[in-house]
Ligand binder design. Structure first.
Ligand code: MG
Length: 374
């Protein structure tokens, strides 16, 4: 799901290298690349969420026997495709929630790359997965590292999680220096090549806040999660056990590795990622995140403490704030201001349901849009 995006493209590289069959491909509107991918991988079906794009895709693929579906329903049909045993959810934002639930309902393994799904609806998604017997294997590099570090241990031996963060392109910068940051500058990430949304989230440290929320849903840990800035992006996260042993997963920063593991787990297979050369890395460093300068992370911690619909409000407001920043409508330091305005004003729902999450998301978007105007 979301095959033209960066995770989608790397998933197809892994599929080609490791011999996985690709049965469905979906896009929002990037049908030029979707067509190319469909011609290479010959899926049973291809879907575009945008109906106009889907009509054009049907024309482009009319000389093949690939079924082309349109709209949200088309994406859901791909998520449910009975012949597939795994769904790679690489959609961006809360748009990934409904297709992820559809794939869970059909009992598939979820190779989860859409972190907003767990951020907004973690308890709901995890309960549904347990009920349907669907495995959730994280693709996010940090969560894959935690998942890998937990293999062969019992949950009751676990004490805490050490979640690492690259610190983004503005590590060590002051608020004054951040004032004039442009979208082009913020899109240059030192270690990872990712989509625009997650790259901006990495620059504001909101990405780590969302990952904190994601980790809280995925893993049951008694003590709080420690966030560590780790500039080298080699140690992708770790877990600490009750005997004070720390087990970590290390590797070259390459998303193909966690994608491949999510597809092959519990087995490991040779793959396209480069081997790690620790001698050329030289040293690994760790530092405390600066919550005063990078306020998005502090806001995410606030939403995590509160729970309920607060994370959905945080996420919805952040999606709007990032979009406005990329469009040149607001400054870099206004991103946390817009998110905070939504957290301060949007009423909380009493119960966590799909409806209350969607309502919180919509209300947060309206509040964020107002804050971005003002
Ligand atoms: Mg990550």
């Amino acid at each position: 799901l979301g095959s033209p995006g960066p995770i989608g493209r790397q998933t197809l590289e892994v599929a080609a290298a490791c011999g996985h069959r690709v049965l469905a491909l979906t896009a929002h509107h990037n049908i030029a690349l979707l067509e190319q991918q469909a011609r290479t991988f010959h899926p049973i079906l291809a879907a575009a969420a945008d109906p106009t794009a889907a009509a054009a895709l049907a024309m482009r693929l009319s000389d093949t026997d690939i079924r082309v579906l349109a709209g949200e329903e088309g994406v859901l049909a791909a998520a449910r495709l009975p012949q597939a045993d795994t769904a790679v959810t690489a959609l961006v934002g809360i748009a990934g929630l409904a297709p992820t639930l559809a794939a869970i309902d059909s009992g598939k393994r979820i190779a989860l790359a859409n972190k907003e799904t767990l951020v907004c609806a973690g308890p709901l998604v995890m309960a549904r997965a347990r009920e349907k017997g669907a495995e959730i294997v994280p693709v996010d590099s940090e969560h894959s590292a935690i998942f890998q570090s937990l293999q062969g241990s019992s949950p009751k031996e676990l004490r805490r999680i050490l979640l690492t963060a690259s610190g983004g392109p503005f590590f060590g910068w002051s608020r004054e220096a951040l004032e004039g940051v442009t979208p082009a500058r913020a899109l240059q990430h030192p270690n990872w090549s990712m989509g625009a949304k997650v790259t901006i989230d990495s620059a504001t440290l909101m990405n780590k806040g969302l990952e904190l929320l994601e980790a809280m849903s995925l893993f049951d840990v008694p003590e709080k999660i420690q966030i560590l800035i780790h500039r080298e992006s080699i140690l992708h996260s770790a877990v600490e056990y009750c005997d004070n042993s720390v087990i970590a997963q290390l590797g070259d920063p390459d998303m193909r590795l966690p994608i491949q593991y999510a597809l092959s787990w519990p087995d490991r297979t040779p793959g396209p990622a480069r081997p790690l050369d620790l001698l050329s890395v030289g040293k690994l460093t760790f530092a405390q995140p600066d919550l005063k300068t990078f306020r998005c992370l502090a806001l995410a911690i606030r939403a995590a403490r509160e729970g309920g619909t607060a994370p959905a409000i945080l996420n919805g407001a952040n999606e709007v704030a990032v979009e406005r920043f990329l469009a040149g409508k607001i400054g870099f330091l206004q991103i946390p201001q817009v998110v905070e305005a939504a957290l301060d004003t949007v009423p909380r729902a009493a119960a966590l349901t799909l409806e209350s999450i969607q309502a919180a998301d919509q209300a947060a978007r309206r509040a964020a849009a107002r804050a971005a105007e003002g």
